[in-house]
Ligand binder design. Structure first.
Ligand SMILES: Nc1ncnc2c1ncn2[C@@H]1O[C@H](COP(=O)(O)OP(=O)(O)O)[C@@H](O)[C@H]1O
Ligand SMILES: Nc1ccn([C@@H]2O[C@H](COP(=O)(O)OP(=O)(O)O)[C@@H](O)[C@H]2O)c(=O)n1
Length: 190
């Protein structure tokens, strides 16, 4: 698994991570792994961690890294692909160090969508996916967690020269035109 190429995709709730990942998958043949989607699937599967995960998500808190890294690792191992977009991860320093320790993988780079809180709030409230955390009370908590726990992760990768910031406040097609050049090195599909 050490040969796998990984790009972490970060940004606040509603910054457009999932939307841009779908476009990258379509154009560059990556496999999209959303940490949030894997955690939500784990709740639905009736896992013994389900109740804990559900209450963390409802409160906008970060699920213990061991749980999330195991889910990501399992998904990577069961894929034929060797190029992964890991979306919504790492959310804090614990996520980051646990992933590096357990998988031995270092990301190629970090795609980070910068977006105003006003725009993110509007998008999340309009998302209509029936998520238990897409309500104004939990959104405020998620914004705070993003700043308090997420910024140290971004600083870390910035210091390694791996942070690629994209203005996510624009129309999705315009955002993708800024994303595209970062992936041309991966253009050849295997
Ligand atoms: N650039 C954009 N402009 C307007 N709406 C967007 C844009 N990107 C995504 N959206 C919409 O905003 C909502 C949140 O986007 P999503 O990709 O799910 O964000 P995230 O994965 O970062 O939480 C979705 O309903 C999506 O269709
Ligand atoms: N690495 C992660 C990713 C998500 N999560 C949880 O899942 C929730 C939703 O994350 P998400 O990435 O699906 O959605 P957004 O908050 O980006 O819109 C987070 O608020 C956390 O409670 C986590 O605990 N650890």
């Amino acid at each position: 698994m050490k040969a796998a190429k990984v790009v972490f995709v970060l940004g606040g709730p509603g910054s457009g991570k999932g939307t841009q990942c779908a476009l990258i998958v379509e154009h560059f043949g990556f496999t999209h792994l959303s940490a949030g989607d894997l955690l939500r699937a784990e709740i639905k599967s009736g896992s013994q961690n389900g109740a804990m995960i559900q209450s963390m998500i409802k409160e906008g808190k970060i699920v213990p890294s061991e749980v999330t890294v195991k889910l990501l690792q399992k998904a990577m191992l069961s894929s034929d692909n060797d190029k992964f977009l890991i979306d919504g991860f790492p959310r804090n320093e614990e996520n980051r160090s646990a992933f590096e320790l357990i998988t031995g993988i270092r990301p190629e780079f970090i795609l980070f969508f910068e977006c105003s809180e006003k725009e993110m709030e509007k998008r999340v409230l309009g998302r209509n996916e029936g998520r238990i955390d897409d309500n104004i009370e939990t959104i405020k908590k998620r914004f705070k967690v993003f700043i308090d726990s997420g910024l140290p992760v971004l600083k870390h990768y910035d210091s390694l020269g791996k942070l690629r910031k994209i203005n996510g406040d624009r129309m999705k097609e315009e955002v993708f035109e800024s994303v595209r050049p970062l992936f041309t090195a991966f253009a050849k599909k295997d």
